[in-house]
Write a protein that binds this ligand. Structure first.
Ligand code: FES
Ligand SMILES: [Fe+2]
Length: 334
C-alpha cells in the first residue's frame, strides 16, 4: 500500500506557524474547555483557555451563558482568574468594570459607552456538563456538531452523558508540538505494539472509524467503546464498561510544548475504588503515549526529516487532521 506525505516538519517547529494557527486553527473551531459546573448558577464566572487564548465564561444574573475575551479593553490586562461568584468582572489594573455579558459598566474618570468597551463575544455551549467554546460566532451549535458521538455513547457505550460528573482533572506536560500529540491520539496504528496489554483488540478489523461533517468517531462495539475527535484539539473517549468519558484538551505552551489536560467524567454509579482503578488504567495508557510524542519531537527537531509519511488507512485520522490544518494555513505562510 502506498504512503501519503505529511505536512512539512517546519510546521511543528516554527513559532510563526503557531501564531498563525492561533488565529486560523484554534479561534474558529469548537474546543472542550472543562466542566460547566462552576458557571451553573447565575452570577458566576470561570477563566478558561481556548487553545492558548484567555477566555472567560460567565452566567449572567438572568441565567444566560456567555463566553468573552478575557482581555481588558483598556490596555489588555487579563481580567478574570480562576472561577467564582460575582455580579461584575473588574480588571485589577485600573479597575475597569464589566457586566457579566461583557458590556463596560465603568471606566474610572472616562465617558465610554457600554458598547465601546464591550469585551469581544464568543460562542459557548454544553453537551451534558461538558463545556465548549469557539471564537466563531457563526459556528453550528455544539449539540449539533457532537450529535453523532452522543448517539454512539448511548447505543455503543450505554452511557447517559447528562448523568456524568467530572471527578478528576489531570494535566500532562509533553515536550512536543500540540499537533504531534493530537496525531498520536488520532490513530491506532501504534496500538497493537504500544498498548497491547492496556488496550487489547484496539486497531484491529472491528475498530470502525467514520468521518462525519464536523467530527471523526471511532467505535469498538466489543469493548463498548465510542470516541470522538473534535478538530483541532479535543478528543473524547467513552468506555461503557468503566462508566467513564475521558475528555482531553490540548493547550500549546509555545511551539515545542503541550499540556494535555485529561478530565475524567464518571457515572455516579461508579464506586471510588472503581474510579481509582479506571484512572490508574487510563493514565497507564497515556503514560505509554507520552514518550512517543517526546521522541517524535526530538526527531523532528533534528532537521533530518523534511516530511514524514502516513499510512492512508491506518492513519486516516492524522491524514484528515493534516488536511484540515493545511486548509486552514493556505495562503498564510510565505
Ligand atoms: S488594563 Fe484593565 S483597567 Fe487598565
Ligand atoms: Fe496511544
Amino acid at each position: 500500500m502506498g504512503a501519503v506525505e505529511s505536512i512539512p516538519t517546519a510546521w511543528y517547529l516554527d513559532p510563526a506557524v503557531l501564531r498563525v494557527e492561533r488565529e486560523r486553527v484554534f479561534a474558529p473551531h469548537w474546543h472542550y474547555v472543562g466542566s460547566a459546573e462552576p458557571v451553573a448558577e447565575p452570577g458566576t464566572f470561570m477563566a478558561v483557555e481556548l487553545g492558548d487564548l484567555p477566555i472567560v465564561v460567565t452566567r449572567d444574573t438572568d441565567g444566560v451563558l456567555h463566553a468573552l475575551a478575557n482581555v481588558c479593553r483598556h490596555r489588555g490586562s487579563l481580567i478574570a482568574e480562576g472561577c467564582g461568584r460575582r455580579k461584575t468582572l473588574q480588571c485589577m489594573y485600573h479597575g475597569w468594570t464589566y457586566d457579566l455579558d461583557g458590556a463596560l459598566r465603568n471606566a474610572p474618570g472616562l465617558e465610554l459607552s457600554p458598547e465601546e468597551g464591550q469585551l469581544p463575544r464568543l460562542s459557548v455551549g454544553t453537551v451534558g456538563g461538558l463545556l465548549f467554546v469557539t471564537a466563531n460566532r457563526d459556528a453550528p451549535p455544539i449539540e449539533q456538531v457532537m450529535a453523532p458521538w452522543v448517539e454512539l455513547t448511548r447505543t455503543v457505550s450505554g452511557i447517559d452523558l447528562g448523568r456524568l460528573e467530572r471527578r478528576r482533572s489531570i494535566p500532562h506536560r509533553i515536550d512536543a508540538n500540540w499537533k504531534v500529540v493530537a496525531e498520536n491520539f488520532l490513530e491506532c496504528y501504534h496500538c497493537p505494539l504500544i498498548h497491547g496489554d492496556t488496550l487489547p483488540g484496539y486497531g484491529g478489523d472491528d475498530y470502525i472509524i467514520v468521518e462525519h461533517e464536523h467530527i471523526e468517531t471511532h467505535r469498538l462495539d466489543s469493548d463498548r467503546f465510542s470516541w470522538a475527535s473534535l478538530f483541532p484539539n479535543t478528543q473524547l473517549s467513552c468506555f461503557g464498561d468503566h462508566g467513564v468519558v475521558v475528555a482531553r484538551q490540548l493547550v500549546p505552551n509555545g511551539v515545542g510544548q503541550t499540556t494535555a489536560i485529561l478530565d475524567y467524567w464518571f457515572d455516579p454509579s461508579r464506586t471510588p475504588e472503581q474510579e481509582e482503578e479506571t484512572v490508574a488504567w487510563f493514565e497507564k495508557v497515556v503514560g505509554e503515549d507520552i514518550p512517543l510524542c517526546d521522541s517524535v519531537q526530538r526527531g523532528l527537531d533534528s532537521g533530518l526529516l523534511e516530511r514524514g509519511v502516513l499510512h492512508p488507512e491506518q492513519e486516516a485520522g492524522p491524514l484528515a487532521f493534516q488536511e484540515r490544518i493545511a486548509a486552514c494555513m493556505e495562503g498564510a505562510l510565505a
